[in-house]
Design a binder for this molecule. Structure first.
Ligand code: GLN
Length: 478
């Protein structure tokens, strides 16, 4: 199990890289993260949802993602509350305080899922969550040491030298955690090193002497990591390229399924501008892309508070294109209703009115892989659906897509410039991305997106083989 000295030290990336390392050695590898917190979820082959990082790690291991790879997924809905997804299904919503009471029940789901993965594989690579040293959260913990202790899983601690204080964070973790937890730690890794590695060899020796943990590697910074899908909204980056066609994306507080942006960020002819709160949507935008949202009504209120509604209307008047994906599609309609209060207080609000459709959020969540064709060009696509809303209205008589099961999806304005759809992942589809690039007048890049990701995973595995004692690490896994 890889645990971190803090959040965002690179645990997900290292687990993805190690998954590829050991898969290439012929082992049957499964990634596992007991508890994840993210609104960037992936649909699994078994019709549930898990954190996107585990889906990437599954890909690194050459297996389809399964709900058991991330049995507890917390999807933040407000500053204090989150939707709790257990083994891929929405189990309810919990406030941070109430969540403690959920934990014993969640631990049994976690242990059960872990057991399944162990039974079908040679190696389960487990990723912790946040920081191993949050001893205040240790009672009832299922994400880090609580999991390791319940299952007897050996731990390797990962520190990040780039943020500074790596010696203190590793030695300090040993100092604050329970000695019985510390006894599970077999070794440590130092991530994101820049410069001459020989300069830090004394540092590794010192950490080993102070902790009794074995140094397993000093991993140089891996710049290509930026090309892999980000899980955390904090890790979400634009890709601004002078001369590229501008796709402007307002960063909503509960932005969801923002993996939709990854293939666009990889396109050399596109400049993805993430519009942060407090900034206007750039007037030179060729496309305003409204992304998915975990909570459509509150995010719509936020969008208005930023004045982005006015910017979008001005963009539309200038003849610009607008595309709404899932929650963003819902926002483009005339109204959004949440009569049962699923995503916040019950109520109905006015949408941006750029599409003549209306949305009602229902208790039923749609979670499924999707395929079909876009209209009227009949270009095939694959993607996925993940939403509770249902959207209908006159503009839906001009759907954007037709699904393989015969359902129509999405809506297009009379002039064709405003489009919305529930389907995520369209830009990962080569044919669909090409279609949108041509609509924007951008030339497609030389490489298929899937090939880009595969190439980065292989190079990441080479990087870890070169800088981590992968034989020793495997021997430590019991
Ligand atoms: N993935 C999304 O954007 C979801 C949109 C909306 N929150 C719904 O569930 O219907």
């Amino acid at each position: 199990m890889i645990q971190g000295t803090g959040s965002d030290v690179g645990k997900s990336l290292i687990v993805a890289g190690l998954a590829r390392v050991y898969t290439r050695r012929g082992l049957r590898v499964r990634p596992f993260k007991p508890q994840n917190m993210s609104n960037n979820a992936a649909v699994t082959a078994d019709g549930g949802e898990i954190g996107r990082a585990q889906a990437l790690q599954a890909r690194a291991a050459g297996v389809p993602p399964s709900v058991h790879m991330n049995p507890v997924l917390l999807k933040p809905q407000s500053e204090t509350g989150a939707q709790v997804v257990v083994q891929g299904r929405m189990a309810g919503t919990a406030r941070a305080r109430e969540y403690q009471a959920w934990k014993p029940r969640l631990l049994s789901a976690v242990v059960e899922s872990f057991g399944r993965l162990r039974a079908e594989s040679d190696l389960v690579l487990v990723e912790g969550a946040g920081s191993a040293s949050e001893v205040n959260l240790r009672p009832g913990d299922i994400a880090n040491m609580g999991f390791a202790r319940a299952t007897g899983t050996p731990v390797v601690l990962l520190g990040d030298i780039d943020r500074g204080g790596v010696i203190a964070s590793l030695v300090g973790t040993k100092a604050v955690i329970d000695p019985e937890d510390a006894a599970l730690v077999r070794g440590f890794l130092v991530n994101r090193f820049r410069g001459d590695p020989s300069l830090f060899s004394d540092g590794l020796t010192l950490i080993a002497a102070r902790t009794g943990w074995e140094p397993l590697g000093l991993i140089p910074h891996f710049p290509d990591a930026a090309r892999l899908p980000a899980e955390d909204v904090l890790g979400l980056k634009g890709a601004e390229r002078p001369g590229g066609k501008v796709v402007a994306v307002p960063v909503l507080p509960r932005i969801a399924n923002f993996d939709d942006l990854d293939p666009l960020r990889a396109e050399p002819g596109i400049s993805v501008v993430l519009v942060e709160p407090g900034r206007p949507i750039p007037a030179e935008a060729d496309l305003v892309l409204l992304p998915g949202s975990k909570t459509t009504i509150p995010d719509l209120a936020f969008l208005r508070a930023q004045g982005w509604d006015i910017d979008i209307l001005a963009h539309r008047r200038r003849g610009g294109r607008v595309l709404g994906l899932c929650g963003g599609y819902q926002m483009l309609g005339t109204t959004v209703s949440d009569p049962q209060g699923i995503e916040g207080p019950p109520g109905t609000v006015a949408g941006l009115g750029l599409l003549d459709v209306a949305t009602v959020l229902t208790a039923e969540k749609r979670l499924a892989a999707a395929r079909g064709v876009s209209l009227p060009d009949e270009t095939p696509f694959t993607g996925y659906e993940m939403h509770v809303g249902e959207t209908e209205g006159p503009d839906a008589a001009r759907p954007l897509l037709r699904l393989a099961d015969g359902r129509a999806d999405g809506a297009v304005s009379v002039d064709g410039l405003v489009c919305g759809t529930y389907v995520h992942g369209l830009f990962s589809d080569e044919g669909q991305r090409a279609l949108w690039l041509s609509r924007l007048g951008a030339a497609p890049g030389p490489e298929a997106y899937e090939a880009v990701i595969e190439g980065v995973l292989d190079r990441l595995a080479d990087h870890l083989e070169a800088h981590v004692d992968c034989d020793r690490l495997l021997a430590l896994a019991s």
